[in-house]
Design a protein around this ligand. Structure first.
Ligand SMILES: NC(=O)c1ccc[n+]([C@@H]2O[C@H](COP(=O)([O-])OP(=O)(O)OC[C@H]3O[C@@H](n4cnc5c(N)ncnc54)[C@H](OP(=O)(O)O)[C@@H]3O)[C@@H](O)[C@H]2O)c1
Length: 247
């Protein structure tokens, strides 16, 4: 599929996988809507994209706030008329051991990683249903297939994103021609681990991944790009992308 003139909303575009994806889709002609909380980073990215000849719109958005997500959709509709691709990428990963009771972080993880995805789907899906086309890309994780000590809550949200993607595909693809893809990255070098505050876990986590050669954000952006450019017949339902050393 040609991305020229298509509009893609990317949540969590201020860093890591979201940032790399926005650049890649914009380079191929998509209008990209950059959504996250850090406006400064989004504006810098918009400038980079526009210097390369691309088109970008910044909408400061906290995906846990329903009004912010409503505003994200109305700004997108006003600027570009519709949304062809929604990349539900915003996420946090404050891993912790359950015995250490980081209860506020448990709830925040559910709020961003699961409720945030639901809010975006609720706002943007109606336009896709009406136009009988569109593509929803949800970012799960290998932690959405395998639980490790310390990932119980994070994994619960990412298992949830995978289940949600399956259900969405079954309900939306045959009836409305909407594509649904679930991307499951392994370890990628980004800012994601900065939200970890459990010191005990952090020590173990560092040891566990000490020898691993992490993927780059661009490796996952390529998988997203692949998923959204396969044409009218091919629904790339799931892609798991791991560093070779992750096993
Ligand atoms: N890195 C990995 O190893 C890995 C592996 C598997 C899956 N993933 C998934 O990939 C996705 C992207 O993560 P990343 O690795 O690229 O990490 P990252 O660099 O930390 O990016 C996370 C993005 O989410 C945004 N975000 C966080 N809370 C938000 C909120 N309440 N509202 C809106 N945006 C919010 C952040 O922007 P602001 O702070 O500006 O809001 C940031 O742009 C996440 O869903 C993550 O779970 C990552």
């Amino acid at each position: 599929m040609d991305l020229n003139g298509k509009t893609a909303i990317i949540t969590g575009a201020s860093s890591g996988i979201g940032r790399a994806t926005a650049k890649m889709l914009a380079r191929d002609g998509a209008n990209v809507v950059l959504a996250a909380r850090r406006e400064k980073e989004l504006k810098e990215l918009k400038n980079e994209i526009e210097k390369d000849g691309g088109k970008a719109l910044v909408v400061e958005t906290d995906v846990t706030k329903r009004d912010d997500v409503k505003n994200l959709w109305s700004k997108t509709e006003a600027e570009y008329g519709t949304c062809d691709i929604l990349v539900n990428n915003a996420g946090i990963m404050p891993l912790s051991y359950m015995k250490n009771f980081h209860v506020d972080e448990w709830l925040k993880t559910v709020d961003v990683n699961l409720n945030g995805v639901l809010y975006c789907i609720a706002e943007i899906m109606p336009a896709m249903i009406k136009q009988k086309s569109g593509h929803i890309v949800n970012i799960s994780s290998t932690a959405g297939r395998e639980v490790m000590k310390g990932s119980a809550v994070y994994s619960a949200t990412k298992f949830g994103v995978r289940a949600l993607s399956d259900g969405l595909r079954m309900e939306l693809s045959p009836e409305f021609g909407i594509f649904v893809t679930c991307i499951e990255p392994g370890a990628v070098e980004t800012e994601l681990t900065e939200s970890i505050t459990d010191k005990e876990l952090m020590e173990d986590f560092k040891d566990m991944f000490a020898d691993l050669d992490f993927l780059d954000a661009e490796d996952i952006a390529k998988a997203i790009h692949y998923s959204v450019t396969q044409g009218d017949k091919v629904n790339v339902a799931e892609l798991q992308v791991r560093p070779v050393g992750q096993g």
